[in-house]
Design a protein around this ligand. Structure first.
Ligand code: BG6
Length: 492
């Protein structure tokens, strides 16, 4: 599809996300020929820079861009401008509007604009309200879209309030709530695997699936984000958004069509069906942990409480695991286990579908848990799909061994796999919200995690288990899978 001419306004223009992800994503789109000639990026933040200074900072000397491609960067830099404003003050928005009008004229752009809010979340409401006060929400002479970074709210009440206030200024179809997991190629492939192949979907239900496991493990700690993370924790940072979005894609019914409304309607039904946890289940089926100093692979690892920006007595979780059910026809009685954590042994995200064992064991006198069929969607790294099944060990007797059939994305030669931000920005430029989270689902995901966060806050007797950095989290979480001998799949 042809991309219309437009301006991408980035609030938080000198921030980390802008430098690391957004500008590189736009540069790649430019290089791949997606951007029209009449295209501008306008960086906005409080610091004063001239256009040239910002071009140097964000493009020419941005370490996250291929600095050797000097000529291409120089041409791309011409598409990047800068405007300093105080985002909290309405006068800045008159300045912004004037600047945009000049840019539209100078570059013959027909007043189409994306406003990307890559600022601290406390500014989202103010920016939305101020944009609308100066009429930058009006679409009479060109469309206006707003991309809102996560976290969308701090809890259910604040997410509700933010949603309402944004909807006072913009229409739902102008709002793009970004969840970068949805832009990952391997995540989108979940739907293709399910709905483009005839062999999986017939098995995709309670009759054949014993449990679903989703892990998103990181080997890094909180790095320089201690200040933010200590107020957030794994539940808000990863589960409320990324992991629950994955759950929705694994569990949803086939949509009537491959369009934004149909897909988002089906995802929303999953959120409606997730069974809320009782207080007792919150104690039993939700485990939180915090990494402690340790030595891992002969390296000294800092404990969470020693990290910069973290309170020395902090009870913020750097690990969380939940068991829950989805109360609908397809998933009745199938437990879902999800977990995420920092400073785990490796970086890996995967969705694991565990199929039920055979009813009758012909080749062994007992069922062996590790001989179940499993289907693994490896989201990152070493992106791919793996199917585990039983094979006769060659030789005398009949011994069955579990073997893997796998596909790796890297085997697709010459295939360019775009970064999540690249894909999502391109979609927004084209007005396609399919891979963005809709307001109702975001709120329902909050409805699920909110009681957990409340219980953790109000009841100090719910433990925060320490786990040595470099391990798979607290013991209690390792042992939470119900069923004899069943364990999480801990990939290396
Ligand atoms: C972000 C979280 O949303 O996702 C980070 O704020 C986390 O804490 C990151 O590290 C993980 O993203 P990815 O794409 O590396 O899995």
């Amino acid at each position: 599809t042809k991309i219309e001419d437009q301006v991408l306004v980035i609030f938080g223009a000198s921030g980390d996300l802008t430098m690391r992800k957004l500008i590189p994503a736009v540069f790649n789109l430019y290089k791949r020929g997606f951007l029209p000639q009449n295209y501008q990026v306008l960086g906005v933040s409080r610091t004063h820079y001239t256009d040239q200074e910002y071009q140097k900072l964000a493009v020419l000397e941005n370490p996250h861009l291929p600095t050797l491609e000097k000529d291409e960067l120089a041409v791309f830099a011409q598409h990047v401008r800068y405007q300093a404003i105080d985002t909290a003050d309405i006068t800045g928005y008159h300045t912004l509007k004037e600047r945009l009008d000049n840019l539209f004229k100078e570059c013959s752009i027909s007043k189409n604009c994306i406003f990307y809010l890559s600022t601290p979340p406390s500014l989202y409401e103010t920016i939305g309200a101020n944009l609308s006060k100066v009429g930058l929400n009006k679409e009479s002479d060109g469309w206006k879209r707003v991309i809102i970074e996560k976290p969308f709210g701090y809890d259910l009440a604040s997410a509700n309030a933010l949603n309402e206030r944004l909807l006072n200024c913009f229409q739902e179809n102008q709002l793009y709530r970004i969840d970068h997991y949805l832009g990952k190629e391997t995540v989108q492939n979940l739907l293709v695997t399910r709905f483009a192949n005839s062999i999986f979907e017939p098995l995709w239900n309670r009759n054949y699936i014993q449990r679903v496991e989703i892990t998103s493990a990181e080997s890094v700690g909180v790095e320089k984000r201690g200040g933010y993370y200590d107020k957030s924790g794994a539940m808000r940072d990863m589960i409320q958004n990324h992991l629950l979005q994955l759950v929705a894609l694994v569990a949803m019914e086939p949509p009537a069509k491959m369009d934004a409304t149909s897909i988002r309607n089906e995802k929303d039904k999953v959120f409606q069906a997730i069974r809320p946890l009782t207080q007792e289940e919150i104690r039993k089926d939700v485990i939180r942990g915090q990494y402690m100093a340790s030595t891992y692979k002969e390296e000294a690892m800092t404990g969470y409480r020693e990290e910069t920006g973290v309170a020395p007595e902090s009870r913020t979780e750097t690990f969380a695991a939940i068991k829950f059910f989805i109360d609908n026809w397809r998933w009745a009685d199938v437990p879902f286990y999800i977990r995420t954590g920092k400073k785990l042994p490796t970086r890996v995200s995967e969705v694991v579908i565990h199929f039920k064992p055979n009813h009758h064991h012909l080749f062994s006198d007992k069922k062996l848990p590790n001989q179940q069929n499993i289907l693994v969607f490896r989201i990152q790294p070493n992106e791919g799909i793996l199917l585990k099944f039983g094979l006769k060990v060659p030789g005398t007797g009949v011994n069955v061994e579990s073997v893997n059939m796998d596909f790796l994305y890297e085997d697709l030669s010459n295939t360019y796999v775009p970064e999540a931000y690249e894909r999502l920005l391109l979609d927004c430029m084209q007005g396609d919200a399919t891979l963005y989270a809709r307001g109702d689902s975001v709120l329902k995901a909050w409805e699920f995690v909110d009681p957990i966060l409340k219980a953790w806050k109000d009841d100090p007797s719910i433990p925060v288990y320490g786990y040595p950095a470099g391990t798979w989290g607290p013991e209690n979480a390792m042992n939470m899978i119900e069923g004899e001998g069943l364990k999480w799949r801990n990939p290396c």
